[in-house]
Write a protein that binds this ligand. Structure first.
Ligand SMILES: [Fe+2]
Length: 507
């Protein structure tokens, strides 16, 4: 109790849970546009979804909304002209959540598109498009997903977002690194200097990213299903261990600030409201009987990387049974979700690469210790569960590595050419690492010894997935350069996974 009180005092010192008046401002008005950060929707279910915006007439300096709460009106329509309004209401944009709005809608019709917007004072937001999920128990004809991750603002423009917004997809799965806490060495455009550690600084960083018009278009086009990776807090952090191994108490406060800002800026359900440094982000969503999405949190509960974070040969602690990627509770939850019948495709929407990728071209071994290859016991528990319980059609969608990969996930990483239990489609970055290249030389060097890896490409872009009961198709969409916001998009490769077989074949 004492600890908790002290912790709350430290949070208020950081500006967390700070000095909101709790009053609703009468007739709030501004000359400046309060919708500078755009709008968003997310986490749809069969009769609703979450609608999001944040009022910020002065986005890069704390928002500029003052300390009173503000009433915001929202409308949901059956048409894009907002003529046939089906639901409307007023909600409060609380000062203590930086005037972010999270509206939870219920009671809408399943499996259909809706349009929405917000009003505050004299101002009206843009119109966004979103959808409800098909009813549980029904088999939809098709689901189209776009898969994106890693959008370092300084590394370039979001041309890829402009294209994925026009793919007519049902959902965007965003797999982490929505912001970067760190600076990019060869910036195409700049955000504020210095790594954020306080709530105010994280809020301003999200605001910088969210002012991008192409990112706003991508949010307005469809509901997003988001998870985070490391850069939403700190590069390669693991649980309560920061990149530079700061004292745990200090990192706890930093993580609390970062998680709070993440919740404030994402279209998440209220179940994700953080409590200090803890936030429930893993969850599942169903697209009728066609697909169940297990959205994973591979950061908050993981054991520290065993041999340092960089690609390395395995060290002593690497293969210890007690090392975890998901934590005990999430691991059990995932196991229960995977064995539950009622979905053709079991989709893992997650952060880091699951398939083994030995980067040593010679007789030794060298793994990215931040990926599942750095957590072999945790990976073994997952792949054995899938094999033993005969979970069919497991598809892993992955971000993190700023390159495209497609591969088959073996049951046993030590005998990777034997039984495969899943397929993995790894999506490249929207912008992180700059323009990229056709292939990383260090990956090309091990292609011969990694036959389960079917594809690699290191340009920027996203994956477009078309899913039916018969098969899963992934189109790798790339842009040639991100020096310009207007770069075109092409498909560099397409693959299919027929239902019932853990294989990746050219489409
Ligand atoms: Fe990244």
């Amino acid at each position: 109790m004492q600890d908790r009180r002290r912790f709350m005092q430290q949070l208020s010192a950081l500006g967390l849970g700070a000095i909101a008046t709790g009053r609703i401002a009468p007739r709030w008005r501004t000359m400046a546009d309060p919708f500078t950060l755009g709008i968003a929707s997310g986490d749809p279910w069969p009769d609703g979804f979450v609608l999001w915006t944040r009022l910020a007439p002065d986005p890069l300096n704390g928002g500029g909304m003052g300390t009173d709460d503000v009433a915001v009106r929202w409308e949901v329509a059956a048409d894009d002209q907002m003529r046939r309004i089906v639901r409307s209401g007023t909600t409060v944009a609380p000062a203590e959540f930086a005037h972010a709005v999270h509206v939870t809608l219920r009671g809408l019709a399943p499996d259909r598109w809706y349009w929405y917007r917000f009003h505050v004072g004299d101002a009206t937001s843009a119109v966004g498009r979103t959808r409800t999920m098909p009813l549980a128990g029904t088999m939809p004809n098709r689901m189209r997903l776009v898969v994106a991750s890693c959008q370092h603002y300084e590394a370039g423009f979001y041309a890829a977002h402009a294209h994925l917004a026009r793919e007519d997809a049902d959902l965007c799965a965003f797999l982490g690194d929505y912001i970067y806490e760190s600076h990019f060495a060869r910036p195409v455009r700049s955000h504020e200097a210095g790594e954020p550690t306080t709530l105010d600084a994280y809020r301003n960083r999200y605001a910088r990213y969210k002012t991008d018009p192409q990112l706003q278009d991508a949010h307005a086009a469809m509901p997003w299903v988001v998870t985070w990776d490391d850069h939403e807090v700190d590069n390669n952090y693991a649980g309560l261990v920061s990149e530079r191994e700061d004292p745990e108490a200090a990192f706890r406060l930093r993580r609390a600030a970062a998680y709070r800002a993440y919740y404030e800026h994402m279209p998440l359900r209220r179940t994700s409201i953080p409590a200090g440094p803890d936030m429930l982000l893993y969850r599942s969503l169903a697209f009728g009987r066609l697909a169940r999405l297990h959205v994973l949190d591979g950061r908050q509960y993981r054991s520290d990387q065993s041999c340092g974070d960089r690609p390395k040969p395995p060290c002593e602690a690497w293969d210890r049974e007690d090392r975890t990627m998901l934590g005990t509770t999430q691991e059990r939850w995932l196991g229960q979700g995977l064995v539950r019948p009622g979905a053709t495709w079991q989709v893992l929407a997650q952060q880091v690469m699951l398939m083994p990728l030995d980067l040593d071209a010679g007789p030794g071994e060298r793994y990215n210790m931040d990926s599942w290859s750095g957590y072999p016991a945790a990976r073994r528990r997952l792949t054995s569960l899938v094999a033993e319980r005969r979970v069919p059609n497991v598809v892993t969608l992955t971000g993190d590595v700023h390159a495209n990969y497609a591969g088959e996930v073996p049951l046993d990483a030590r005998r990777p050419e034997d039984t495969k239990v899943a397929v993995e489609y790894v999506g490249t970055s929207i912008s992180s690492e700059g323009d990229g290249m056709d292939a990383f030389p260090q990956v090309q060097a091990v292609r011969g010894s990694t036959p389960w890896l079917k594809f690699h490409n290191a340009r920027r872009g996203y994956i477009r997935c078309d899913v039916t009961a018969a098969g899963w198709r992934s189109d790798y969409r790339i842009v040639p350069s991100i020096q310009s916001a207007a770069a075109p998009v092409t498909t560099v490769a397409s693959f299919v996974t027929p239902a019932g077989r853990s294989v990746i074949e050219p489409a």
